[in-house]
Structure formats: structure tokens, C-alpha cells
Design a protein around this ligand. Structure first.
Ligand code: UDP
Length: 238
């Protein structure tokens, strides 16, 4: 296999990507397919960190809209990301991948606490690390957590897995005339209000010069091609 073009990457998967046709929770077949992709990535020699969202279970803002206290809702959302992380850990282990879940909230009977140096050590040892519980703070998203962790661990690239091929001028699933952007700056994405990530996540990446690839996770083999250095999806740079 061709040597990977990156030493260390952080892959952000949304919780919704795990849902499938079930509508809620985790589809075991989808989880298994993602786990196989991550196994292939790790097998190619690149160090892999994962952040998985929780939107397939709970989102604080949605709970607050139904009357729940926002901070409590966000805590429920963060705990949802821990459940997804445990499911992914299990799926990866079934594929023979060494993996650790590290949580930003302390629940160390279930998984490790997030300690930056220990996370880097796991990665250096070839273990996949799943960062759970977002940033550990309410009012943030797992996109912001992914940006933060990617910067903290010195990833060469952050990858945001989506349902579309990359960044467009409008939602391509709604507007067939939407323009595809193969490469764009964070400032332009902000200026034009493009659906890349929330502002906090974009600004973190921009200010710390963390490049981002936005790509379609449902395109078989795309992740492997990206890791081998091919132009896949859209690249966002400072
Ligand atoms: N969340 C939070 N702080 C964080 C990350 C996440 O409070 O640092 C909560 C928030 O309520 C969010 C939920 O966890 O809606 C699930 O995360 P997110 O919506 O980012 O998941 P995704 O859309 O990627 O599935």
C-alpha cells in the first residue's frame, strides 16, 4: 500500500452519520462499515484520532427548544457522544484495532479521562483514540471539540465526514445548481456563511492554521484515497 501522506489525522463523524434507516440511535451495519474504514486507515500507518458527535441521540439546543434547561440538555448531548464513542470502540475492537476512548467529562469507570499527553502517547503507539464528551463544556459543538483536539494533538489534517462531496455555495441536495468549491479559505467560508462548521470551530482552525477536508463518508474508499494524498472533497485553509 502507498505510504500515507499524513502522519496524524483527526476524523470528525457526526452522530447522525450512524443512524441509517433506523431514524434514531446507531445502525450496527453503518457502524461496522465506518469501523472497517478506520481499520484500513490505521493499517496504512497514519495515526488516527476520532471525534464522534451525539446528534443521533441528543442535542442540547433541540432539548432546550422543548423546554429542558440548556446546560442540562448539552450535558445529555455530551453523554450521547460517549455512548457513540463506546459503540465505535467496540466495533473497532471487533476489527482487531487497538483503541481507547478518552472523555472530556470524568467517567473513568467507563473510559479514560482526556489527558493530552496520554492521548498523544496512545497515537504514537498506533492506537486509535476516540475523543468523547466534546469539549466537556455546554454551548459548544463536537465540531469545535474536533477542531480543539486536532490542534492540541498537532494533527496534520482534520477531516469532516459529511453526506455530500464537499463544500458548495448552497445545499447540493436542495439546489442542483450549487457550485462546488474544491479549495476555499476559512475567511471566505465565514464571509459567505457556507455550511462548513460552526463559527467557533472555523475560527479555531483558522487561527491555528489547521487545514480541513470536508468529504463524503458514504463514498467507498474515498477516505483511503485522501490519506494517500489524493484531492478528495473540499480543502479549507487559513
Ligand atoms: N455538546 C456540548 N459541548 C461540546 C460538544 C457537544 O454541550 O463540547 C453537546 C451539544 O448539546 C450538542 C450535543 O452535545 O448538540 C451533540 O453534539 P453535536 O450536536 O456536535 O453532534 P453531531 O451534530 O456532530 O452529531
Amino acid at each position: 500500500m502507498t505510504a500515507p501522506a499524513y502522519r496524524r489525522i483527526l476524523l470528525k463523524l457526526s452522530g447522525e452519520a450512524l443512524v441509517g434507516d433506523a431514524g434514531l440511535g446507531i445502525d450496527p451495519d453503518i457502524l461496522d462499515r465506518f469501523a472497517a474504514e478506520v481499520r484500513d486507515l490505521a493499517g496504512s500507518g497514519v495515526e488516527v484520532a476520532l471525534v464522534i458527535g451525539g446528534g443521533n441521540i441528543f442535542r442540547g439546543a433541540a432539548l432546550a427548544a422543548r423546554g429542558l434547561d440548556r446546560v442540562t440538555g448539552d450535558q445529555m448531548g455530551m453523554l450521547a457522544t460517549v455512548m457513540n464513542a463506546l459503540a465505535m470502540q467496540d466495533a473497532l475492537e471487533r476489527h482487531g484495532v487497538a483503541v481507547r476512548v478518552m472523555s472530556a467529562l470524568k467517567i473513568n469507570q467507563v473510559c479514560e479521562d482526556y489527558i493530552r499527553r496520554r492521548a498523544i502517547r496512545h497515537l504514537e503507539q498506533g492506537r486509535v483514540v476516540i475523543f468523547a464528551a466534546g469539549t466537556g463544556n455546554p454551548f459548544f459543538t463536537t465540531d469545535s471539540a474536533a477542531s480543539l483536539r486536532a490542534i492540541e494533538i498537532g494533527a496534520d489534517l482534520m477531516i469532516k465526514a459529511t453526506k455530500v462531496a464537499g463544500i458548495y455555495s448552497a445545499d447540493p441536495l436542495v439546489d442542483p445548481d450549487a457550485t462546488f468549491y474544491p479549495r476555499i479559505s476559512y475567511d471566505r467560508a465565514l464571509r459567505e456563511g457556507l455550511q462548513v462548521m460552526d463559527t467557533t470551530a472555523i475560527v479555531l482552525c483558522r487561527d491555528h492554521r489547521m487545514p480541513l477536508r470536508v468529504m463524503n463518508i458514504n463514498e467507498p474508499g474515498a477516505l483511503s484515497r485522501l490519506i494517500r494524498g489524493e484531492e478528495v472533497g473540499s480543502l479549507v485553509v487559513s
